[in-house]
Ligand binder design. Structure first.
Ligand code: S3P
Length: 426
């Protein structure tokens, strides 16, 4: 995909629907009683993998344009799959299914693509085993994973990493366990699972970093409208800031405070960002965001901000390349075990663009504000690396090529269409 320097981006757009909420709507809709209708569902490959797995678990799921209707069969309604459950590139599908399947009365086998086969699954295998699960990976904790359903018991678990996928996996197992499950997070991570379960009639309590899961008797299907994904909005926020003469309004973006770290950081960097929250918000707050070209400066990003912007760090590294002075990203070692090693990937690609960047053990240091040049950029088959380098290319000197950009359809199938809408207007 060729990208040339942009003279300006302008217009009003909606971004791809939220990936995390879309996954959970199918998972929870499947184990709730009755119909769950999901409007504005993300038709990205990851969420389609989730639909495919739940169909194999005996759930009828209809897709009608951007609406998904899940015919939930109740907490005990899943049936034994006749074949392997293929989770594609999706860590969320793989890890959340581990927790859910550990408590069913049948055996399942999960596997995903080459990237999933390299991602650590011990983080879920270990605590689920403590709950009584019979769950085994290969080579010390990788997919394929075999799960023989068992009766589980609630435990208290102190999570070694702030991960919503791990937390959600344990919450799903805890719904079926004898007794309460309590989960202590090192730092709060996204809470979409907790909010949606409670919206479906469950009883999950959150106090500070502690989540208490009360086993559910039954959950009940609901109508859900998925807001735009703030992680996808992040690419156009940064594009609007670094491309000269730009002004973009992004409508209906999810503003759950466990996800809005990117807004805090960009504002801290000097960005002109206006947030207009919707008043009639459902359980997931949303609003419009208006961004204008701004002069940015470097900042430090670490601590409890990290789980609130973990997927936005590649695009924040691009913002840092255009910001005056030093940006330090720390406490983000989790980036090494995402769809690619995002520390190594961003270091290599930013260097090609002439950016002064140094990878560290838990992040990177970027000395920004110097000339950024176009080039031939790799995607590492990682959607967020591909989109980050596409945004960098818009503001770089000289044209660029993104190699293997197809991976963008994991989370944002219409990314280039939205971009060209803004360019036409620019
Ligand atoms: C997600 C949680 C995060 C995030 C991923 C989606 C989720 O992963 O990176 O894209 O939907 O729960 P971790 O929980 O591994 O940090």
């Amino acid at each position: 995909m060729e990208i040339s320097t942009s003279k300006g981006l302008s217009g009003t757009i909606a971004v791809a629907p939220d990936k995390s909420i879309s996954h959970r709507s199918v998972m929870l809709g499947s184990i709730a009683k009755g119909k769950t209708t999901v409007h504005n569902f993300l038709m990205g490959e990851d969420c389609l993998s989730t639909i495919d797995c739940f169909r194999k678990l005996g759930i009828t799921i209809e897709i009608n344009e951007d609406t998904v209707v899940v015919e939930g069969k109740g907490l005990k309604g899943l049936s034994a799959p006749k074949e392997l459950l293929y989770t594609g590139n999706s860590g969320t599908t793989t890890r959340l299914l581990c927790g859910l399947l550990a408590a069913q009365d049948f055996t399942s086998i999960l596997n995903g693509d080459a990237s999933i086969q390299k991602r650590p699954m011990n983080r879920v295998i270990e605590p689920l085993s403590k709950m009584g699960a019979d769950i085994n990976g290969i080579n010390g904790g990788y997919t394929p994973i075999t799960i023989q359903g068992k009766n589980l018991t609630g435990i208290h678990y102190e999570m070694p990493v702030a991960s919503a996928q791990l937390k959600s996996s344990l919450i799903l197992a805890g719904l079926y366990a004898d007794g309460r499950t309590t989960i202590l997070e090192p730092k709060p991570s996204r809470n979409h699972t907790e909010l949606m379960i409670n919206g479906f009639g469950g009883n999950i309590l959150s106090e500070g970093n502690l989540v208490t899961v009360n086993p559910a008797l039954e959950l009940y299907g609901h109508e859900i409208t998925v807001p735009g994904d703030i992680s996808s909005a992040g690419f156009f926020l940064v594009a609007g800031l670094i491309v000269p003469n730009s002004e973009i309004c992004i409508q209906n973006v999810g503003l759950n405070p466990t996800r809005t770290g990117i807004l805090d950081v960009l504002i801290d960097m000097g960005a002109s960002i206006e947030i207009i929250p919707y008043e009639d918000g459902g359980i997931e707050p949303a609003g419009d965001i208006i961004v204008k070209t701004s002069k940015l400066h470097g900042v430090e990003i670490g601590g409890s901000l990290i789980p609130r912007l973990i997927d936005e760090l590649p695009i924040l590294a691009v913002a840092a390349a255009f910001a005056e002075g030093k940006t330090v990203i720390k406490d983000a070692e989790e980036l090494k075990v995402k769809e690619s090693n995002r520390i190594a990937a961003m270091e290599a690609e930013l260097k090609k663009a002439g950016v002064f960047v140094l990878a560290t053990d838990d992040g990177m240091i970027i000395d920004g504000g110097n000339q950024v040049k176009g080039g031939l950029f790799e995607s590492y088959h990682d959607h967020r690396i591909a989109m980050s380098m596409a945004v960098l290319s818009l503001a770089a000197k000289g044209s660029s090529t993104i190699v293997n950009p197809q991976c963008i359809s994991i989370s944002y199938p219409d990314f280039f269409e939205t971009l060209s809408e803004l360019q036409k207007n620019g």
